[in-house]
Design a binder for this molecule. Sequence first.
Ligand code: PLP
Length: 389
Amino acid sequence: MQSLSERTAGFTDSVIRRMTRVSMQYGAVNLSQGFPDFEPPKEILDRMAQVAYEDFHQYSITWGSQNFREALAAKQSRCMGRKIDPNTEIVTTCGSTEAMMAAMMTVTNPGDKVIIFSPFYENYGADTILSGAEPIYVPLVPPDFHFDPALLEDAFRQHPKAMILCNPSNPCGKVFTREELEFIATLAEKYDTYVITDEVYEHIVYAPHKHTYFATLSGMWERTLSCSSLSKTYSITGWRLGYIIAPPNIIDRAKKVHDFLTVGAAAPLQEAVVTGLKFGPGYYDDLLAKYTHKKELFLKGLDELNITHTDPEGAYYVLLDISEFGYESDLEFCEDLAHYAGVGAVPGSSFFREPVNHLIRLHFAKKDETLLEALNRLEGLRTKIKPKK
Ligand SMILES: Cc1ncc(COP(=O)(O)O)c(C=O)c1O
């Protein structure tokens, strides 16, 4: 038999999703894969129940149902401060995951270079491989995850076709400042590079930090594909709803890529979430207040346990420093953590291009009682997991 695809031969399991399976195996509190254990907003669920008996069971328009795109355009026009056309500037996708893949395939040819900051959300590596592009990694340096402007310009000098910008960033929680984004914009303009953003945490940005939509910077609308999702904003990661917003010439191509990839996102779910897209600003304030509370609760607990950790500016992840345990493999540490302490985490190395193995990622998108249970289990960590050295 002929061998299978060389392009995908090097793929390993997603480490994040693997750690969910490890957590289940040991009955661990799963703080690895980033999804909430609390209910989505009731209004959306009520509408979902009604939609089951309405006429939304067949394919919607491939680039998104009219109702969904109109409601999304109204919301994002408000958030981004520019009028988004629901017909020509939006493609609805199966989550931001598909949005990113479709954006990559819209922009790149095999062999094109794409800049990615490291640490990065693990799908970006696979996205570049699947689209035949070559990543150029530029480090975000811990503990504050700044980038070196000279190194970034070196990467741009290699004439990349695109740059991927995850803001707020998973896993490091960085929220890029306006100055940083303006610097990136200058380079994107100077080296004629597209920017593909991943802004799934756009509404989870802790004060005093502020989210700036890259597409709204001067001159950037024309070259930016803004990808985002409803997964995190409405606590519906299983609904698989996301989108690309970009100028009509880009969206026109992205619509075709999306059509051949998936045809469309689930029609009844697009309809049900319109209720959520129409929520007023109060909803987003409450969402942020909820995550601010969870962040404070969880980080305070980690402080009380004397565990060194990052303080995220956005999103809902925290990186814990496990240097003191002396493990050579952070994956092995995470397996032991699930086994002996009963808490599921993701090895930091799965996010870094650089040889970093002293960090693990936990998330706090969980009910307070789940977070308290995890903290409880982390108590006495140093006796449950013996240092290797
Ligand atoms: C940065 C980032 N992008 C995309 C996703 C996936 O989003 P979606 O559920 O919309 O596919 C995640 C999920 O954790 C994420 O953290």
